[in-house]
Design a protein around this ligand. Sequence first.
Ligand SMILES: *Cc1c(COP(=O)(O)O)cnc(C)c1O
Length: 413
Amino acid sequence: MERKNGFNTRLLHDKTSLGYAQREILPPVSQVNAFRYESAEELERVFQHKSAGFAYTRVGNPTTAAFERRINELEGGVGAVAASSGMAAITTALLTVAQSGDEIIAGTGLYGGTIDLFRDFEKLGIRVVYARETSERTIKSLITSKTRAIFAELIGNPSLAILDVPKVSAVAHEAGVPLFVDSTTATPYLVRPLELGADVVIHSTSKYINGGGNSIGGIVVDGGKFPWDFKKHGALSDFSKYGKLAFSVRLRTDLWENFGGCMAPTNAFLSYIGADTLGLRMERICRNAEALANALSELSDVDVNYPTLRGNAFERLAKSELGGRGGGILTFRAGSKERAFKILNALKFAIIASNIGDLRTLVIHPASTLYLHSNREETEAAGVFDDTIRVSVGIEDVDDLVDDFISAIKTSL
Ligand SMILES: *Cc1c(COP(=O)(O)O)cnc(C)c1O
């Protein structure tokens, strides 16, 4: 049997990087709005999709396309669309399949911004039904004839609940419903959800894929396998001639183009080169996060949540789905909001900032920031309490990181 190349080799030597116009190793930055044509006929053919080419960057740009091809290949999809942000990616992906009168089932422990977005969906007439837990049994019980998509985070940010993709996609498919997975916190390094049964994968590329904290962005990758029933999935009915590609085609040529949430070419370039080190960073970040979680779990006065800790509710899924790795985020409860603030203020290296997936370790008190607009029920469902601190672990030397946290926790007493 032929040995399969490793993650980093596949990432750095994928075929999508061949064929740049001047044989560049990286995609050139086409930081332009429009593309010039020699004749009216030529531009007409491009607009009719009869010949390949770019016309206007909101609708397509070679640098952005290079980034899309790269992430599409990493995830094993049939096509990807890059967006101006993770939120733009989630919005366009879900509105491509759900319209007024339809329902979406949402997993537990979602990112705060997504919960806010779903309140806007309600105003557009799309009902969002939250599952108390993202188990196949609970999801199954919530599916109705109006359900158009199930949306869940692979590793909940910051609940750290892990989605059982094979089981949940199986109950979804039985009911003729696609599974949309926000895999931002897991990254294709830890898991490729399309291979496990998910239908659409979404990333906020602002986080681990970019990795350097220098560009907001998002991406939607279509697995291209879902058998759309166009009577039921009315939002796609005008695209029925595309069959299994109906989602991709509507996403790109309709909503994404019309909403105008394209990724800026320079952001696509920065995210592309950031992704070069995705494997290296994730390897180090996961190792650091596990070491920090282990060290903190030995303290008697803080309560740590990290998937691979012994006794964690998701220990088994971290093994089966994430290769025994727990990702780059951990949370811990400090006992009170006051103490949580004291700890944050006492940290030397960990930076107080509202972001995750940076090379640098970042910390935040989610209840007073990310969940400001959420009610208590939504907040607690996300694993956020008044004394919770979220840590997005970076690539620092682990001993310095552990020392920083232990001494901040001790001085906060
Ligand atoms: C950050 C984040 C988003 C939103 O992405 P933006 O790029 O900030 O718009 C969505 N989902 C998850 C899990 C996130 O962490």
